[in-house]
Design a protein around this ligand. Structure first.
Ligand code: ZN
Length: 264
């Protein structure tokens, strides 16, 4: 399948939206963000209707005619197949965030690894990621495809646009499908960079001042919050580092002593 671009412009007819959703599904599949029949996508066609991927199909092989239309309560209006098993999660996000018009859910392997490790992506490592997502929290585990999944997400939906789902995957959302997809890409990218810095054993975090400057330059209407949720900067990580360095030192000392004993 050719990967044509998602059509630009805000005012699209339903067929354009259907084509865009299939393109985004193919992109998720080609990048290895979903395997088999994993993942799901949706967008709001209008104030009353949601277009979503069907259950049980590869997101890399969708045809516009395969897609499902539901109302905001999840009642199916169109489509020969059933809607995605995670439709409840999508509808909860639309209900809580009227600004959200599209949602991507996938299992990109590195970000999903962080989700499975219960590790928030909260380090101030990359300017571009801070500008768009600040930090990416982990929602507690809930069985996929159950209402529990939507309820564990609820406290995080208002504040974030990308959320790791513990032992499961990632959900991202935004004002259009392209933005939601880009946020999935950005989440996997920051997870990879985090992993590399962890393998290298060194993370040089941006400072509070760097992050404040970035956030000040950001042109968006979302209310800035002063409490938790910001990326962890060099200063906020310093206290932890002191404790970790001490632990590392203790391990090194113990090792050195063991080596000495072995050689004598
Ligand atoms: Zn999933």
């Amino acid at each position: 399948m050719d990967l044509q671009a998602i059509t630009p412009g805000m005012y699209k007819d339903e067929l354009q939206h259907r084509r865009d959703l299939c393109v985004a599904g193919a992109w998720l599949y080609r990048r290895g963000f979903v395997v088999a029949t994993d993942g799901n996508l949706s967008l709001r066609l209008d104030e009353d209707r949601v277009l979503t991927s069907p259950t049980g199909m590869s997101k890399g092989m969708l045809d516009p005619a395969d897609l499902v239309v539901t109302d905001l309560q999840g009642r199916q209006l169109e489509g020969r197949l059933g809607p995605s098993s995670e439709l409840a999660m999508h509808l909860t996000i639309y209900e809580r965030r009227p600004d959200v018009r599209a949602i991507c859910h996938a299992h990109p392997p590195v970000a999903t690894g962080y989700a499975a490790a219960g590790k928030t992506l909260d380090k101030a490592l990359l300017a571009e990621c801070i500008l768009d997502l600040e930090c990416i929290p982990v929602a507690p585990y809930a069985t996929p495809g159950t209402p529990d999944l939507a309820s564990t997400l609820e406290p995080l939906i208002d504040r974030y646009n990308a959320i790791l789902l513990a032992n499961h995957g990632v959900v991202t959302f935004g004002p259009d499908l392209l933005t939601a997809f880009f946020r999935m890409e950005t989440t996997e990218h920051i997870a990879r960079v985090n992993l590399v810095t962890e393998l290298l054993g060194r993370q040089v975090l941006l400072t509070n001042r760097d992050v404040e400057r970035l956030l000040a330059s950001r042109n968006r209407s979302r209310e800035a919050s002063s409490d938790s949720g910001h990326a962890r900067t060099a200063e906020s990580a310093a206290a932890d580092d002191t404790a970790r360095n001490r632990r590392d030192l203790e391990v090194l000392l113990a090792e050195a002593l063991r080596n000495l004993n072995d050689h004598h």
